[in-house]
Design a protein. Structure first.
Length: 344
């Protein structure tokens, strides 16, 4: 389910964003929220798995397009001098939702059941839809480009290629390990369902903290903030492998993991904005595609390692990919520094 949702939320986004380039963005956003509300409702009340699957696929498409257009819309709602601040607010919301959503859903499910969780998500989507309709002004489409030009962007823009590569690597590693964190905790530390749920909530809180901290540091040194975040991802997974057999070790590893992932998520969207400011909506559609397909592939590949080596294998897979992301980030940082020296 995670794999298919990730694919649907990613693979069609560049096409949908480009094909809707003449559609008023307020109308498009309202339509996306309506689709998410109906999709979550159908998931909650569906009598069988095929309907659940179809509902999640359609919801995934809407989710992906929402990610791609949201920041650009926010920047247009304020004066130019406040555009970066508006972008930061939306990016913070997206980042917090990414790291808090799954732990919160797990917590709600532990109190009720999975159907109630999706009913709540449906209600939240409907509430946001009403807010959009009542408060947002009309936003005619701007700076959207045809599909062929969207896919040409990373060919022409080397900085954008680096951002996309790094995002794919760290998201693959994170979700390859995170998808199997429950069986890892249960097998390695004998954690109960309640204990696992509590740790996932800790992860979500840590993500919110990481997002907040990165929000203050990313404007001072974006690359360094991202390198530190990737270092934290690697360190947290290694801590999980070394100390994951004890309750204290689990808490330490999960806190570091959550903080680092929250910071990395905020950084990567800011890096894409810096790499392609004039075609940000199109660039974000590619970023969204890479991010969500990496969620899907991370879960799939992590599953292969977990099937062959147990949950620990999935964590080692995460270590390998996050290390590669870290090395890529460090390499791009050095290249940029050397290029700067070459022009002085």
């Amino acid at each position: 389910m995670v794999t298919l949702y990730g694919i649907s939320a990613g693979v069609g986004v560049p096409f949908l964003v480009a094909w809707s380039r003449k559609v008023n963005r307020r109308a498009l956003l309202a339509t996306l929220l309506a689709i998410m509300a109906v999709g979550n409702l159908l998931t909650a009340v569906s009598p069988n798995f095929p309907i659940v699957l179809a509902a999640r696929l359609v919801t995934g498409f809407a989710h992906g397009v929402f990610w791609a257009i949201g920041v650009a819309m926010a920047m247009r709602l304020v004066p130019d001098k406040k555009a970066s601040k508006a972008a930061a607010v939306v990016l913070s919301g997206m980042s917090i939702a990414t790291v808090v959503g799954m732990p919160l859903g797990t917590f709600i499910e532990s109190l009720t059941d999975w159907r109630t969780t999706f009913l709540i998500w449906s209600g939240l989507s409907l509430a946001v839809l009403l807010a959009v309709v009542l408060t947002l002004p009309s936003l005619p489409s701007q700076s959207a480009i045809p599909v062929r030009e969207v896919f040409a962007l990373p060919i022409r823009n080397g900085r954008m290629r680096v951002v996309l590569t790094t995002v794919v690597l760290y998201v693959l590693g994170h979700f390859g390990a995170y998808t199997f964190i429950r069986p890892f905790m249960e097998q390695r530390a004998g954690a109960s369902a309640a204990w696992v749920t509590g740790l996932l909530i800790v992860f979500g809180v840590g993500g919110a903290v990481g997002n907040f901290v990165a929000g203050h540091t990313v404007n001072r040194n974006m690359r360094a903030t991202f390198v530190v975040a990737c270092t934290g991802l690697v360190a947290s997974l290694l801590l999980l492998l070394v100390l994951g057999g004890s309750p204290v070790g689990l808490v330490v590893a999960v806190v570091v993991w959550g903080v680092s992932f929250g910071a990395a998520n905020l950084c990567q969207v800011n890096m894409m904005l810096a790499a392609a400011p004039d075609t940000f909506e199109a660039a974000m559609s590619l970023n969204t595609m890479g991010y969500n397909i990496s969620i899907a592939l991370g879960a799939l590949l992590g599953g292969l390692f977990a099937g062959g080596f147990g949950p620990t294998g999935a964590v080692w897979f995460g270590v390998a990919l996050t290390v590669t992301a870290l090395l890529t980030a460090i390499g791009s940082h050095r290249d940029a520094a050397q290029a700067g020296k070459g022009h002085t």
